[in-house]
Design a protein around this ligand. Structure first.
Ligand code: HAM
Length: 468
């Protein structure tokens, strides 16, 4: 006999069950409605892509790429076996240590051999949107192109409340030649409209500018930052020490309490922006104020992905603990060029991704939004009325109501109690008296209000009594 084994979802991933799924559907429905009003169209993207796409766009030294991706060899010779084989041929024995210390070199080595492709479950979707944009030549469409997406993302993070290994994002991207601070403001306005329609009240929008790649802008700032960091190097932890060389902006992501005071004294990028970036950032702040969108500046907001230029932004909610960012976004002017080559170099982009898992928690806290509950009517039939009951159920479903009808006869009391437990709004009671008189009994379960109505009257009543 087969061994008795109970399966559980693997660590960091979870099932989202009804009735909570109704709230997820409602939130997604609102996103579609709001995004359509801003003329964004949906793009559906693959769940996995070449690893190299993410490494190039998000950045090889980010946590997401260096530690958190689910990567597979394709064809599916096991990844570790393949790495072991490559490393043996490269003359390394301690493959795990080498793989941890040199993820980028290893990836390149494997890709260059060309026998096996590395693919990864997507940790985010901006890279895929830009890949699709280039692949389908969408730059010839009347711009700017405005796209949105929804779906699961995968990051092998340490799981905790609000942080999962499979999580869901609702994101939007604008791509085109004319993208500037005005497009940033438009995207942010759409985001804030969406949050408002989800009933959120206490969220905060933080903005920053991290400048551009011109020598006198971010590179000059980074050189200065590196010099300052070197002065305090021995007071920093190993991650920050490594980042001084690889990516000094990432030091700002540090959550280590002992590093905070040191970080607070570092030079701010806002004071070092080139003239064009300064104008762009001031422009964004002006437009946001003009549109009545409240924001706070946060000079440490450098974001955990490398593709950003100029504007970065984040939205946080209280009560979500350490995982309080419900949305992150920003401009990525160099990304199209980085992925697709110089001929598209004029194309710029801006977008955001909302963490839907965290948003749902915030929506639940605010208590302003209800899930769409599909069950409106429970048909409580008994006696020799099965045919009539089926006919009424058909009529109500055709008229757009969510209806449940028991397959077998039940006592009225049992039907009414099941109807309440299932959250139905009405019970339509059909006994032999109702069939004989042609008048059905409808009972509003919230307050017990009861009426006798003909079939057309019943449809009219249910429609007029419906929640707006
Ligand atoms: P991100 O900041 O990495 O940005 O992710 C956006 C949001 O996804 C976060 O603010 C958070 O709410 C949610 N999130 C991230 N990781 C997890 C996790 N492990 N569990 C639960 N929620 C999570 C991006 O992904 C960029 N692609 C955003 C963007 C679009 N920038 C420009 N366009």
């Amino acid at each position: 006999m087969a061994e008795h084994k109970q399966f559980r979802a693997i660590r960091g991933v979870r099932d989202i069950l009804p009735p909570e799924t109704a709230l997820w559907n409602r939130v997604e429905e609102i996103a579609r409605e709001v995004f359509a009003r801003f003329n964004f169209q949906e793009i559906r993207l693959p769940i996995f892509e070449q690893t190299e796409l993410f490494a190039r766009s998000v950045g090889a030294d980010t946590d997401i790429i260096s530690k958190e991706m689910y990567t597979f060899a394709d064809p599916p010779e096991t990844y570790l076996e393949y790495i072991q084989k490559c490393l043996r041929e490269m003359g390394h024995d301690g493959y795990r240590k080498f793989a941890e210390e040199n993820p980028d070199r290893l990836r390149k080595e494997i890709e260059e051999r060309g026998e096996v492709k590395l693919v990864s479950l997507r940790p985010e979707a901006t890279a895929s949107v830009v890949r699709a944009y280039i692949e389908h030549g969408m730059q010839v469409l009347p711009g700017p192109l405005k796209l949105y997406y929804m779906g699961p993302m995968f990051r092998r993070e340490r799981p905790q409340k609000g942080r999962y290994r499979q999580f869901y994002q609702i994101g939007a991207e604008v791509l085109g030649r004319g993208v500037s601070f005005a497009a940033d403001a438009e995207v942010i306005a759409m985001l804030m409209t969406f949050f408002e329609m989800c009933g959120l009240r206490d969220h905060t929008l933080y903005i920053n500018s991290i400048g551009c790649n011109d020598q006198d802008c971010r590179p000059a700032y980074l050189a200065r930052l590196r010099t300052e960091l070197l002065k305090v190097k021995n007071k920093l932890g190993p991650d920050s020490q490594r980042r001084i060389e690889t990516n000094p902006l990432r030091v700002f992501d540090s959550k280590l309490p002992e590093e905070q005071e040191i970080i607070d004294k570092l030079p701010h990028i806002a004071g070092q922006l080139c003239a064009a970036c300064r104008l762009d950032y001031d422009g964004l702040k002006n437009v946001l104020s003009m549109r009545g969108i409240k924001f706070q500046e946060n000079w440490r907001l450098v974001r955990g992905l490398d593709y950003y230029t100029q504007t970065t932004f984040e939205v946080t909610t209280p009560g979500a603990g350490a995982q309080n960012a419900i949305c992150g976004g920003g401009r990525y002017d160099g990304l199209v060029e980085l992925i697709g080559g110089p001929k598209f170099s004029e194309i710029k982009g801006v977008g955001f991704a909302i963490g839907e898992d965290r948003l749902i928690e915030a929506v639940k806290d605010s208590g302003k939004l209800e899930g769409i509950h599909p069950l409106e009517v429970y048909v409580a039939w008994f006696g020799n009325t099965s045919e009539k009951a089926q006919e009424v159920a058909r009529l109500l479903r055709r008229s757009g109501f969510g209806v449940e009808i028991p397959v077998e006869e039940q006592k009225l009391k049992k039907s009414l109690s099941i109807a309440s437990m299932k959250g139905a709004k009405y019970a339509v009671i059909i006994g032999e008296d109702e069939v004989a008189s042609g008048k059905l009994t409808v009972k509003r379960l919230a307050d017990g209000d009861q009426k006798k109505l003909s079939e057309p009257e019943l449809v009219g009543y249910l429609k007029s009594d419906r929640r707006p």
